[in-house]
Design a protein around this ligand. Structure first.
Ligand code: ADP
Length: 251
C-alpha cells in the first residue's frame, strides 16, 4: 500500500495565492522522496498538506482519506522535522524529545516510563546521549537539528517529513544527518524531504518530486526523472549531472 497518494491536489491561500495546482504523485511505502523546487515552488505548502494542516480531500494516507483522520492518528503515522524551531522555553533535551510522544498520550496525561525510555533511545540514536538534562537553549546548530530528528524518532511514525534538513548545517553535521537518515530509511522508514541541496537528494533519495510554480514538473524514480535538462528547467539555471565513482552528482 502506498504511504501517500495525491490526486490533483490544488491549494489556494486565503490571500488568493494559488500555491499548488493539480499535484499528483504517490509516495511508496519505504521510499525516500526528495522534493525539489526553487523558493516559492510550493514545497512547504505541500508538507503542510501532507501533515493534514489544511484539510484536503484529494490526499490519501495508507489508503484512507487524510481528511478523515484524527490529529493524533496522523501524528502516529507522520512526523515532521521542521527546518528549525524557536526555543522559547528552557526544556531539557529529554523533556523536549518527549513531545514526540504526545500522539500517544491522552490530554493532560503525563508520559510514562516507557515514553521516557523511547525518548532516551531516540537521543541515543542521534548521538545526543549524555545530554538529556542539558537545556535546549544551549545547543549548537548541528545539535539543534539532531534534536528535532530525535523528537521525530520518538514519535515512532512510519513516515518522516523533513523541511530542508541540511539548510543550516556545516559539512560535518550535514554528513551526520545524511548517515542518520540513511539508517532510518534502511530500517524501513518512509522519508519525504524538501531540499535545495541536490547532492543530498542524490545520496538519500530513491524518488524525486520536482515542483515548479506549484505544478509537478516530474515525479518518479530518481534515475528516471533527474537529468541535466530537467534540473535546468526546474532551477532556471544551467545544471549538469555527472558521477564521481558510483555517486551521482549534480551541479
Ligand atoms: P517553498 O516552500 O517551495 O519555498 P511555499 O510553499 O512556501 O514554497 O510557497 C508557495 C507559494 O505560496 C508562494 O507564492 C508563497 O508566497 C505562497 N505562500 C506561502 N505561505 C503563504 C501564506 N501563509 N499565505 C499566503 N501565501 C503563502
Amino acid at each position: 500500500m502506498n504511504a501517500f497518494e495525491l490526486d490533483k491536489v490544488s491549494f489556494t491561500y486565503p490571500s488568493g495565492t494559488q500555491a499548488l495546482t493539480d499535484v499528483s504523485f504517490v509516495v511508496e511505502e519505504g521510499s525516500s522522496v526528495a522534493l525539489l523546487g526553487s523558493n516559492g515552488a510550493g514545497k512547504s505548502t505541500l508538507l503542510d498538506l501532507l501533515l493534514g494542516l489544511h484539510p484536503n480531500g484529494s490526499i490519501t494516507l495508507y489508503g484512507k482519506n487524510l481528511a478523515a483522520y484524527g490529529r493524533k492518528e496522523v501524528g502516529r503515522l507522520v512526523a515532521l522535522v521542521p527546518q528549525s524551531e524557536q526555543f522559547n522555553f528552557s526544556f531539557t533535551l529529554l523533556e523536549y524529545t518527549l513531545f514526540g510522544r504526545s500522539p500517544y498520550l491522552r490530554q493532560m496525561q503525563s508520559p510514562t516510563a516507557l515514553d521516557a525510555q523511547i525518548a532516551f533511545d531516540a537521543l541515543l540514536e542521534v548521538g545526543l546521549a549524555g545530554f538529556e538534562e542539558r537545556s535546549i537553549t544551549s545547543l549548537s546548530g548541528g545539535e539543534h537539528q539532531l534534536l528535532l530528528i530525535a523528537r521525530a524518532i520518538a514519535q515512532q511514525s512510519r513516515i518522516l517529513l523533513l523541511d530542508e534538513p541540511t539548510s543550516a548545517l556545516d559539512p560535518a553535521n550535514r554528513r551526520r544527518t545524511l548517515s542518520l537518515l540513511k539508517g532510518l530509511h534502511s530500517k524501513g522508514k518512509t522519508l519525504l524531504f524538501s531540499t535545495h541541496d541536490v547532492n543530498f537528494a542524490a545520496e538519500l533519495a530513491t524518488h524525486v518530486v520536482m515542483l515548479k510554480g506549484g505544478r509537478i514538473l516530474g515525479a518518479g524514480p530518481i534515475e528516471e526523472v533527474v537529468n541535466a535538462q530537467a534540473l535546468t528547467t526546474l532551477y532556471e539555471t544551467e545544471m549538469q549531472v555527472g558521477t564521481i565513482g558510483s555517486q551521482t552528482i549534480m551541479y
